[in-house]
Ligand binder design. Sequence first.
Ligand code: BTN
Length: 257
Amino acid sequence: MSLPDDLAVALSRAAARLGSIGREVLWYPEVSSTSDVASSRAEGGAGEGLLVIADMQTAGRGRLGRTWASPPGAGIYASIVFRPNSRVARLLTLAAGVAVAEGITQATGLEPELKWPNDVHCEGRKLAGILAERGADHVVLGFGVNVLQAMYPADVRARATSIELELGREVDRALVLAECLAALAARYRDLNDGREGAVMAAWRSRAASMLGRRVEWDMAGASQRGMAERVDEDGALLVRTENGLVRVISGEVRWMP
Ligand code: BTN
């Protein structure tokens, strides 16, 4: 299926900044999940940079087995195949959060914040999410950005926000996608060129209001509590508890008010 004109134009305008991203592009009016397509292509040998985009997903998924509402024309649904070395793979998921937030800023002027590990928020509500899935020799990075509030089911509207709701005006979805991809290419280059420090500094500055806050999470069937202190060089969240500093590497962290 050929790319809609607005996407083709936005991607070609950004081409010089996309690195390997979008060397091959697959666009679908409807797909189960762009990450399903990207993963099966990656397993079949697809090269780094394969970009899969859809106008809607029938089985969009989020972190921790959740579904990701993906109504037609309402959001950005995109997945990219990366073939990073293990050093780069370690921080790719944090870098992706930074990049999606930066792309949104570049395209719209909004300044989203990050919640560890890589939820993108605006005014305390979720605006975009990132799902990194590792295969034997690749990582598929999928991201979804809510663009048009009215199109989402009521339960999603109640807890999430969208670019148009935050801005109070229409936005060019293709431009937002292109800027997120350009930022992703730049942050991926940073990791490959050894500039992890720059990526972490950008992450910290977008997550400043989250650090110092009380968090709760489940470990081995029990609820744990502490104060989010910082993120270490591997991207783990370090939480100060009454038993000392605990490293949280995955799973859900609940941020207390
Ligand atoms: C999360 O915050 O839970 C992650 C959401 C990731 C959603 C995107 S949309 C494109 C790609 N395809 C999917 O099925 N999921 C990701």
